[in-house]
Ligand binder design. Sequence first.
Ligand SMILES: Nc1ncnc2c1ncn2[C@@H]1O[C@H](COP(=O)(O)OP(=O)(O)OP(=O)(O)O)[C@@H](O)[C@H]1O
Ligand SMILES: [Mg+2]
Length: 314
Amino acid sequence: MSAVLKVEDLAKTFILWEKGLVRKKIRAVESVSFSVEKNEIFGFVGPNGAGKTTTIKMLMGLIFPSAGTIEILGRRLIGHKTVDIEAKRVIGFLPENPYFYDYLTGRELLDFVGRLFGIPGPERQRRIHDLLDLVGLGRAGNLALRKYSKGMLQRIGIAQALINNPELVILDEPMSGLDPIGRKEIRDLIVQLRDQGKTVFFSTHILSDVELICNRVAIVVGGKLRDVGPLDKLLSPRLLHTEVVLETAGERREHRLPPTEDVDAFLLRALSEGHKVISVTPRRESIEDLFVREVEQSDTGMGAQHKLGREARP
Ligand SMILES: Nc1ncnc2c1ncn2[C@@H]1O[C@H](COP(=O)(O)OP(=O)(O)OP(=O)(O)O)[C@@H](O)[C@H]1O
Ligand SMILES: [Mg+2]
């Protein structure tokens, strides 16, 4: 395996000035290091304000890091106040809140972005055709973007990120604001990109999305990287508790048995007392628990205030 993206000690501090004096320093990203291997789907996960978008803007060369290095396919992206344009040619990018001129049709948008990349006419037309197909907008290609639903806009956004046939696709919250069907469509699309040999890096705060499709994840909280690795390695295999649902005279009740309790003995006792056993479920750590644990351990102490975006799976 070879690294497509390598980030070392990346940091960004925003300085807010007031009348020529530093009013406030915001350490949005602090000493973040990770690498993304070829052909993997890498999830960049963290609560609101964690520093995901700031990191992605640095990966895209849109803002300069305060410290650290970024390598894309072995090329240094950022030197002293310069961005390596060649490195950017191999990246596709969907920003967090994309704004597309909405009187354009989907096809015109792709044509516009294709021209920016200098892709010659016939090749451009072929790519536009294939991409509209790939994102399921074959028939909506001639419709103005203002008539697109949120899900369609996200999909045309992904299509425009692919026009240059990039090796590395960077998506900032590609599933945000979508319903379960829309989210599944984006997930399927990301998996399809991996199947085509691409490398996908995306940020999210929706845990089930990374659980379903990512090879590896990085968890970022308060600007700091808390953990990187395959999900099953990050999740602790320990049993949290066992949930037992019993029914008595038509009424159901849930019991939570601590890991130390003898479940067999509990069930035998319940049956002998005339209860009916409806279900027995051992609960191990889920990605949601991991996330909460990481947020709680972070020194920002913001954990309790954060609502986690785990939504129903389709
Ligand atoms: N241009 C800026 N000037 C000052 N502070 C900024 C700027 N951009 C981001 N920040 C701050 O940096 C921190 C990280 O923000 P960032 O947008 O990277 O988080 P995020 O993980 O993308 O969050 P979200 O899930 O809400 O998109 C926040 O405290 C934010 O207020
Ligand atoms: Mg963001």
